[in-house]
Design a protein around this ligand. Structure first.
Ligand code: SF4
Length: 367
C-alpha cells in the first residue's frame, strides 16, 4: 500500500501564524493544475504498490474553483483508495462544495476550526467565525461526510484555560470522528511573530499551554477518543490512514510545489510555484540522507506515536547497534516513568510526557 499527497499552494489570505508554502491568490490555479497532472503522469510509477489513500492538503484546497477541485480528485482517484481526504476552510464550505466532494468519492474532510471564540480567531487572522465553522460541519454532514477531522490550536494570544475549555467542548459537541490539536508556534517571518516582537501580543506562558494540553487529553479520553499521536485523537477505527502511513514508513508520493515524497528514497519538490509551472511539474529533487539522518528521522517519527518504537523493526532496518542505542537511551526514561514498554515490547513516550517529548527525542539523536 502507498499514499498519494497533493499540495495545493493557494489560500485566500495568509493566516498570521502560518509558514506553510502557500500564496494568497489562486490566479495561477489552472497552470498549476496542468503541471500537476503532468507530474502525476510522469511520477506515479515511482511507487510500485497500490495507492490506498489520497490526501489533498495545502494551502487551502477549498480555495480552488469547485470544478478544478473535482477534476483533480477524479484524475487521481483509484479504485484501491480506501481513504480520500480533502482539507477545507470553514468559510468555503457551501452545499455545492460539500456535494461536489461526496460526488467525487471524498470520504473524509479535514477542517481548520482552530478555536470557537471569535476574538481568538481574529487575533491570528483567521477569516471565519465560530458559527461559520459550526455551519460548515452541518453542511458537510448533510452532504454525507461521515468521517470528519477538526483542527484546534492552543496557546493562541489571549486564550485562557477557560476559553480553551469552551473550544474543546464546543468541538466535542460537533461529534467529529477525529481531532488534531496543535500548539501555536511563532515561526520566523510570520506576521504573528512580528506582532510578538513589537510587543503587540504576548506569548501564552508555557505552564498555561501545558494545562491546556493536559485538559485536552483528559476531555478527549473521557469522550472516547484514542490519543494515537502527539497531536492526534480519533474515535475507534477512525485514525487517519494517510498520516498513519507516514508514521509507519509506508511509501508515499507527493505532488505539487513543496510536496515531499518517500518512495525508494526521500524526495521533495522545491517550494516555487513559478518553477513548478515553468517546468510542467517536473522539479523533483532527491534528498541525500546519511545513515544517522535516516535513523534520527525514524526515531522521531515513531516516538510521536502511541505505538512507539518496535525494537525488532529498528534492528532489522538499522542494525543491532542502533537497537542497542535505542534501548540504552530509553532505560533511564523507563525508570522515571517518562517512557513505557508496551505489552508487545515497544518503547514509547508516556502520554503525560508527550508535551516535553522534544527534550526526550533529542537524547535519542545520533550525529
Ligand atoms: S489557511 Fe492554512 S495553509 Fe492557508 S494560510 Fe491559513 S493556516 Fe496557512
Amino acid at each position: 500500500m502507498a499514499g498519494l499527497y497533493v499540495h495545493v499552494p493557494f489560500c485566500h489570505a495568509k493566516c498570521w501564524y502560518c509558514d506553510f508554502y502557500s500564496m494568497p491568490t489562486n490566479h495561477r490555479g489552472e497552470a498549476w493544475f496542468k503541471a500537476l497532472v503532468n507530474e502525476w503522469h510522469h511520477r506515479n510509477s515511482e511507487v510500485n504498490e497500490p495507492f490506498t489513500t489520497l490526501y489533498i492538503g495545502g494551502g487551502t484546497p477549498s480555495n480552488l474553483p469547485i470544478d478544478t477541485l473535482a477534476s483533480l480528485i477524479n484524475t487521481l482517484r483509484k479504485p484501491s483508495m480506501e481513504e480520500i481526504t480533502v482539507e477545507v476552510n470553514p468559510e468555503d464550505v457551501t452545499q455545492e462544495l460539500a456535494h461536489a466532494l461526496t460526488n467525487s468519492g471524498v470520504n473524509r474532510v479535514s477542517m481548520g476550526v482552530q478555536s470557537l471564540i471569535d476574538s481568538e480567531l481574529e487575533s491570528v487572522g483567521r477569516r471565519h467565525s465560530a458559527q461559520c465553522a459550526i455551519n460548515a460541519v452541518n453542511t458537510l454532514r448533510k452532504a454525507g461526510i461521515t468521517n470528519l477531522s477538526l483542527d484546534l490550536i492552543y496557546g493562541l494570544p489571549e486564550q485562557t484555560l477557560d476559553t480553551w475549555k469552551k473550544s474543546v467542548h464546543g468541538v466535542l459537541s460537533l461529534h467529529p470522528e477525529h481531532i488534531s490539536a496543535y500548539s501555536l508556534s511563532y515561526e520566523e517571518g510570520t506576521r504573528l511573530t512580528t506582532r510578538l516582537k513589537t510587543g503587540k501580543i504576548k506569548e501564552t506562558p508555557q505552564e498555561v499551554c501545558s494545562e491546556m494540553y493536559h485538559y485536552l487529553c483528559s476531555a478527549l479520553k473521557n469522550a472516547g477518543y484514542n490519543h494515537y499521536e502527539i497531536a492526534n485523537f480519533a474515535l475507534p477505527g477512525k485514525q487517519s490512514r494517510h498520516n498513519s502511513n507516514y508514521w509507519n514508513l509506508t511509501p508515499y508520493l507527493g505532488l505539487g510545489p513543496a510536496a515531499h515524497s518517500f518512495t525508494d528514497q526521500r524526495k521533495f519538490n522545491p517550494p516555487s510555484l513559478k518553477d513548478y509551472i515553468a517546468n510542467n511539474g517536473l522539479i523533483v529533487k532527491t534528498e541525500q540522507e546519511t545513515y544517522a539522518e535516516k535513523l534520527n528521522d525514524y526515531i522521531m517519527v515513531r516516538l510521536r506515536t502511541s505505538q512507539g518504537i518496535n525494537p525488532h523493526q529498528a534492528a532489522s532496518l538499522f542494525g543491532s547497534e542502533a537497537a542497542s542505542h535505542i534501548h540504552n537511551t530509553a532505560t533511564p526514561y523507563l525508570a522515571s516513568g517518562a517512557m513505557q514498554q508496551t505489552p508487545d515490547g515497544n518503547l514509547r513516550i508516556a502520554e503525560h510526557a508527550w508535551l516535553v517529548s522534544d527534550g526526550i527525542m533529542c537524547d535519542f539523536m545520533i550525529v
